[in-house]
Design a protein around this ligand. Structure first.
Ligand code: SF4
Ligand code: SF4
Length: 190
């Protein structure tokens, strides 16, 4: 029996859909490999400014909660194990004038550093999703950085550029980025 026009059209659509899916599969896998080191599925743990290396921090932190209580921005919250962390999606560090958390830490788990020495992490841009790649003139991350153009700026091609030596990893850029998921994310160092 001859096939109806509808069933031929449907068959063609299915064929092309499957062929297209096969075609883009390697591209999707490649992009995933490139992006996943910077945007892991699991959320990373960011410690407050001045934190020792993770192993030393865990051995030194007394779970006093002093840093949590002292932060004027309420940026520091306890993890289930009682240690403090910062989630820039929820509330970034605002790099307050007194750097209160470091002053309040009784154990040395948070060292007393200058602003220039702070490295909570490093901002990493995902150019695949950044609105500027679509030629939308977004500058939220650049405009909201408390450090300024020694930490983040637009490069000669008008792309967001993070400067390793200047970025303190406060997360204000991540917090203000309007894309979902975020196109700029703080990654811990080391
Ligand atoms: S530097 Fe200030 S704003 Fe940032 S986490 Fe410490 S207390 Fe909070
Ligand atoms: S705020 Fe986000 S979308 Fe806007 S320029 Fe920065 S990284 Fe791109």
């Amino acid at each position: 029996m001859a096939k109806s026009d509808d069933s031929i059209t449907h068959g063609r659509r299915t064929f092309f859909k499957e062929a297209f899916a096969k075609l883009i599969e390697p591209v999707a896998e490649y992009l995933d490999e490139q992006i996943s080191p910077y945007f892991p599925a699991e959320k990373v743990i960011l410690r407050p400014p001045g934190a020792l290396s993770e192993a030393d921090f865990l051995n030194t932190c007394l779970h006093s909660g002093n840093c949590i209580d002292s932060c004027p921005a309420q940026a520091i919250h306890p993890l289930p194990n009682g240690t403090p962390h910062i989630d820039p999606d929820y509330q970034p560090c605002v790099v307050c004038e007194s750097l209160a958390c470091m002053q309040a830490c009784p154990s040395g788990a948070l060292q007393k550093l200058s602003v220039e020495e702070i490295q909570i992490g490093l901002a990493v841009v995902n150019y695949e999703t950044c609105l500027r790649t679509e030629e939308i003139d977004c500058t939220y991350c650049v405009d909201n950085c408390p450090i300024g153009d020694t930490a983040i700026r637009l490069d000669s091609q008008e792309r967001v550029e993070v400067i390793f030596a200047g970025c303190v990893g406060c997360g204000l850029c991540q917090y203000h980025c309007p894309t979902a998921p975020k196109s700029i994310v703080i990654q811990p160092l080391g």
